[in-house]
Design a protein around this ligand. Structure first.
Ligand code: NAD
Length: 292
């Protein structure tokens, strides 16, 4: 029979992902901070728990999808947390985007409790989560990866074991670098095109058919055209990820000259009160610099 799943963190990503597991036939018990998200899981056929301890106590697999390292540490190590309350032999899959070092430390601490860990951050955004076509970048032991694979296949399309604990997070950090720089390039092109008086929709359509085309342009084109910056992926989270990648790159001596500038632009949006907007709002930073 299918493993019993506990899912902690039912946000923009965790809600649709956990519902895809319910659709695939898994028994899913969830916990998150917002009551309406718990109600949503129950309505979709899952079970709402009143605490992390209650959610994980009978689980074979515990999945976490929360904002950042501090939340992963709180829900893993807290007195009501996963390591205290999950059964020995359980598999903990953290799908949040966090620092690689946090994943390495978590795997070590969990091992003492007989709990195995995979880091399995994702890319593909809310649309990728809903459509179950995420890219899933995994770090950990091969046997644990193989055990988790059917679960990953219910959530995503491109599923790759990248190496030992933390490597999934390192690859995700690179992903976030590429996405931010790509959005920034598109935002600069959008302001340039508009100020030049070219039809923006026509321009973006033809650009997307050539070498300048990208998933970012496909997914964010409508945000650029309408200036609708509801998230999606919040600037606050991308700010967190630019911190992770610049830090990790410095640790290994890799230069990120362009990434560092884009990290500053993301930080400036946040400082101006736009942290809750979608990351396509990098367009606003370029507009401000352009006097628009
Ligand atoms: P979100 O803010 O929408 O959701 C986070 C959820 O975590 C919330 O439901 C919150 O209740 C829950 N949570 C926080 N602290 C908790 C605690 N102590 N106990 C229980 N639940 C807790 O965030 P999101 O957009 O779903 O992102 C989640 C993670 O996935 C982040 O690490 C993000 O970087 C990553 N990610 C997001 C996207 C995206 O497009 N939104 C894409 C890929 C990866």
């Amino acid at each position: 029979s299918l493993p019993k799943i506990a899912w902690i963190g039912l946000g923009i990503m965790g809600s649709p992902m956990s519902e895809n597991l319910v659709k695939a036939g898994y028994q899913v018990t969830g916990f998150t901070l917002e009551q309406e998200k718990l109600d949503r899981l129950a309505a979709a056929g899952g079970t709402a728990a009143g605490s992390i301890a209650e959610a994980v106590k009978d689980a074979d697999v515990v999945i976490t999808m929360v904002p950042a390292s501090p939340q992963v540490e709180a829900i893993a190590y807290g007195p009501d947390g996963i390591l205290e309350n999950a059964r020995s032999g359980a598999l903990l899959i953290d799908m949040s985007s966090i620092t690689p070092q946090t994943s390495v430390d978590l795997a070590k601490a969990a091992k003492d409790k007989g709990i195995r860990v995979l880091d399995a951050p994702v890319s593909g955004g809310e649309a990728g989560a809903i459509e179950a076509v995420l890219s899933i970048m995994v770090g950990g032991e091969k046997a644990d990866f193989e055990e988790a694979k059917p679960i990953f296949e219910a959530l995503g399309k491109t599923i790759v074991l990248c190496g030992p604990h933390g490597s999934g997070q390192t690859v995700k950090a690179a992903n976030q670098l590429i996405v931010a720089v790509n959005i920034q390039a598109c935002a600069e092109a959008v302001v340039f095109l508009e100020k030049s008086g070219v039809d923006l929709k026509a321009a973006l359509d033809v650009l997307n058919g050539g070498l300048a085309g990208s998933t970012v342009l496909t997914r964010k084109k409508d945000n650029f055209l309408s200036r609708d910056f509801r998230p999606g992926f919040r600037i606050d989270l991308h700010h967190k990820d630019m911190g992770i990648v610049t830090d990790a790159a410095r640790n290994v001596g890799a230069a990120l000259p362009v990434g560092a500038v884009v990290a500053q632009l993301v930080a400036s949006l946040r400082a101006q009160g736009d942290g809750g907007l979608d990351h396509s709002a990098l367009l606003r930073a370029v507009e401000r610099l352009s006097g628009a």
